[in-house]
Ligand binder design. Structure first.
Ligand SMILES: NC(=O)c1ccc[n+]([C@@H]2O[C@H](COP(=O)([O-])OP(=O)(O)OC[C@H]3O[C@@H](n4cnc5c(N)ncnc54)[C@H](O)[C@@H]3O)[C@@H](O)[C@H]2O)c1
Length: 262
């Protein structure tokens, strides 16, 4: 904690991808409460309702941009917007991701694999590349990638997702090593199933007539026997974004109700 008893994030500028809902929207809420200036970046412009409500409550410290993280031009636009508005980007929360099909390697469609890799790997890479070019010049910055417990285990029936999150872990550590001497930290958070549309959609796939009935089964492998909540992931993200985590880089930090310990 800083001397004022907060994380000391006030005035920091942050790009949040996948900001329209779920873990990204929880990040908008938290960083707005920390009095940060936020660029909320999402594919789905129709769904910026929650972001706009937060912006209204926090006197417009949030700007929105509709774009696809897998498109390089959209990253150029996001960085230009942030730099024109604020002159700097302190934090990138590289959160946007998709789950793809729940299928094993033998049945996984090639086009679905390509899309999962495009969003979850290429999108995270492009965000790091664009943000790090700027942060390296300034000599400071923090990049927080969203991985998963699937980044370090098999996940036999989510082949593409598992591949993509292993790549996020590798990219995080590679970038952390190369950027350490430039004052830029790169870390990843690794959640277990978390209560967002990503899991609710999986529940509908598993049990179309009674999605909630699928939840105990999906949570059974979590030692705490429940999903994480988006704000529980963001408590860790806020700490990692702050100077309290100044000696942390290259870390892949589980926030998973004990999954990876099991
Ligand atoms: N929910 C979970 O159980 C869980 C567990 C571990 C890791 N994660 C990871 O957390 C991150 C956020 O997931 P969530 O649970 O909030 O999911 P979600 O589906 O609720 O929200 C994802 C957001 O990302 C946006 N998005 C998707 N593709 C995009 C693209 N190409 N460009 C820009 N925005 C795009 C969506 O429009 C949506 O607003 C993902 O990286 C996911 O893999 C989630």
């Amino acid at each position: 904690m800083s001397e004022s008893g907060t994380l000391g994030l006030e005035g920091r500028t942050i790009i949040i991808t996948g900001a329209a809902r779920g873990i990204g929207l929880a990040a908008v809420e938290r960083f707005a409460a920390e009095r940060c200036r936020i660029l909320a970046f999402d594919l789905d412009g129709s769904d910026f309702k929650g972001v706009k409500e937060i912006a209204a409550r926090t006197h417009g410290e949030v700007v929105t941009i509709v774009g696809d993280v897998s498109r390089e031009a959209d990253w150029g636009r996001a960085m230009d917007t942030a730099l024109n508005d604020w002159g700097r980007v302190d934090v990138l929360f590289n959160n946007a991701g998709i789950s793809g099909p729940t299928l094993d390697v033998t049945r996984y469609p090639v086009d679905a694999f390509d899309r999962v890799i495009d969003v979850n790997v290429r999108g995270v890479f492009l965000g790091m590349k664009y943000a790090a070019q700027h942060m390296k010049t300034r000599g400071s910055g923090v990049i927080i990638n969203v991985s998963s417990i699937s980044g370090s285990r098999g996940g036999g029936n989510i082949f593409g997702y598992t591949a993509s999150k292993h790549a996020v872990n590798g990219m995080t550590q590679s970038a952390a090593v190369s950027l350490a001497r430039h004052g830029v930290r790169v870390v990843a958070v690794c959640p277990c199933p978390t209560g967002t549309e990503m899991m609710y959609e999986l529940e509908r796939r598993v049990s179309p007539h009674d999605p909630a009935a699928a939840r105990p089964g999906l949570a059974a492998g979590i030692p705490m026997k429940r999903y994480g909540e988006p704000h529980e992931i963001i408590n860790l993200v806020a700490f990692l974004a702050s100077d309290q985590a100044a000696f942390m880089t290259g870390a892949l930090v589980p926030v998973d109700g004990g999954c990876l310990a099991d």
